[in-house]
Design a protein around this ligand. Structure first.
Ligand code: ATP
Ligand code: MG
Length: 474
């Protein structure tokens, strides 16, 4: 474990210490901040202060030590308060005891001792505190051997895990999230309790579940987290579409790959090259329509025709159910799923300029992310095949740069607009306008005419003529 003392060398802890002295109250920093000090990432987390007394009053006393005095926000119903200091959230809570009813994550709360407060926390590694009182400043208070579990890399609940998880089922997601994020193991009894209680996750709001799911997806090797979600049963509640990808069918001695494990491998590969959450979601969803499009064709074998197209159409429904944002992030994922085969097809054929131009036009600024996804999609065990693919991708990448320099297609709009077509021929909006525009776009992408206004205008006139249109004079 690294040195952690310097994490306590903050103005805020000195202020808490003084306030504890003045008020004669027990006060400490507890939870994630303490854990992260030992993991040497202490400067990232919010600071949670627990006090054996009123959290709100204590927050005001601490705040008064600063000038200017920060504004304290408080929540009477919860007995909590918070203010920001140096862009950092400092939260205050009175030590409390919690008891739960069957149908809700909302506990009944009463005042308690510090140990009561540590007991109500989810895991031993999250239940440690540093004493902030002057005479014992910096002493670790660790009644559940969180430190040992941190060293052994173990996730364990302070109390009986069946009770812990049944009380607040979100903790099951958090267990797997921490295991995946920190590369820890969930203690067997605790893991079994998750498998027994997984169905209770149903009482938790989807937003909270997906917050944790996103942290799993953002971890270094997300497949570990997904395997646990799968094994414990939680995945059936969160993401049944992903489970549909599981399994291998064999006809006439021919099997296809297991698309569940393939998807997880692709996700890990993307995690190795990009921190973009939405590119990682694209990896998770890239083959989501394979079950719906699967067919065995005599002579050809297994096919998943149009799974790219169908998959991109499934994204919105999945995002809606998971309460993920229905904005440009979702559009990005739809686009990635739709285009995920394109660079592979390119790399398989000879890489023609027109195919690269088309890809640049359709992918726009997302073309680099698309390339990362495609490279990640090569999970074959055949090393020769992998090498060939990656070499061809290099050719595609070079061509992408070359053609972009020449044709600037990333953010390209065809030089002739529908509006110009209507004005030139004096016609109202119609399918024909769209068709003429399409012919011009195609001709430029295919390299039949140069990418400039004159050539495009001329082609428009020729096309108009073919359809019997004449230009109107102004
Ligand atoms: P991070 O901030 O890195 O996500 P964290 O452990 O700080 O991790 P928070 O959600 O910020 O997590 O919670 C702060 C502390 O509050 C935790 O360390 C834990 O002690 C406690 N806690 C949070 N959520 C729960 C819960 N659902 N059940 C019990 N204790 C919890
Ligand atoms: Mg935190």
């Amino acid at each position: 474990m690294g040195k952690y003392e310097h994490y306590l060398n903050h103005q805020i802890f000195r202020a808490v210490s003084e306030a504890a002295c003045e008020t004669q109250l027990m006060a400490c920093v507890v939870g994630g901040y303490v854990r992260d000090c030992f993991l040497d990432r202490g400067d990232k987390n919010d600071i949670d202060i627990a006090v054996v007394g009123s959290g709100i009053d204590f927050a005001h006393t601490v705040a008064s030590k600063f000038s200017p005095v920060p504004e304290v926000q408080f929540f009477k119903n919860f007995g909590t308060a918070m203010f920001t200091h140096n862009n950092r959230k400092i939260e205050f809570v009175g030590a409390r005891k919690e008891s739960y009813r069957n149908d809700s994550r909302k506990p009944l709360v009463e005042d308690g001792t510090l140990e009561d407060d540590q007991k109500r926390r989810d895991f031993t590694i999250n239940a440690m505190a540093f004493d902030l009182r002057k005479s014992t400043f910096g002493e670790l208070i660790d009644p559940f051997e969180g430190m040992k579990d941190l060293e052994d890399k173990i996730i364990r609940t302070p109390l009986d895990p069946d009770i812990t998880f049944s009380d607040d089922p979100l903790r099951m997601m958090r267990a797997i999230r921490f295991a995946s994020q920190l590369d820890f193991t969930i203690e067997p009894a605790c893991y079994e309790a998750i498998s027994r209680n997984f169905a209770r996750l149903g009482i938790v709001s989807m937003e909270r579940v997906v917050d944790e799911l996103n942290l799993i997806i953002l971890s270094k090797k997300p497949s570990g987290g997904f395997r646990m979600l799968d094994e414990t049963g939680l995945l059936t509640l969160i993401f049944p579409e992903l489970l549909e990808l599981k399994g291998v069918e064999t006809i006439d001695g021919k099997g296809h790959k297991d698309n569940f494990y393939h998807t997880l491998a692709v996700l890990d590969n993307v995690a190795g090259t990009s921190d973009n959450l939405w590119l990682r979601w694209s990896a998770l969803l890239h083959d989501i329509a394979k079950p719906a499009t699967k067919k065995f064709i005599q002579g050809t074998g297994w096919t998943f025709h149009a799974h790219d197209f169908k998959g991109s159409k499934m994204v919105a429904k999945i995002f809606r159910r998971l309460k993920l944002p229905l904005n440009e992030k979702m559009k990005f994922v739809e686009k990635m799923v739709l285009l995920h085969l394109r660079p592979i097809v390119l790399a398989e054929d000879s890489v023609t300029d027109s195919a690269v131009r088309r890809l640049l036009y359709e992918a726009g600024d997302d073309v680099d992310d698309l390339m990362l996804l495609c490279e990640a999609d090569i999970t074959s065990k055949n090393q020769v095949k992998v090498k060939n693919f990656l070499e061809n991708f290099e050719v595609v990448r070079r061509k992408l740069v070359e053609i972009e320099e020449k044709d600037k297609l990333r953010n390209w709009k065809p030089p002739v607009t529908g509006d110009l077509i209507m004005r030139t021929f004096g016609i109202p909006p119609s399918r024909l306008v769209g068709e003429i525009k399409e012919v011009i776009t195609e001709a430029i992408l295919e390299g039949q005419i140069p990418n400039d206004y004159e050539a495009a205008f001329q082609l428009m006139l020729d096309e108009g003529k073919k359809h019997g249109l004449t230009t109107v004079s102004k």
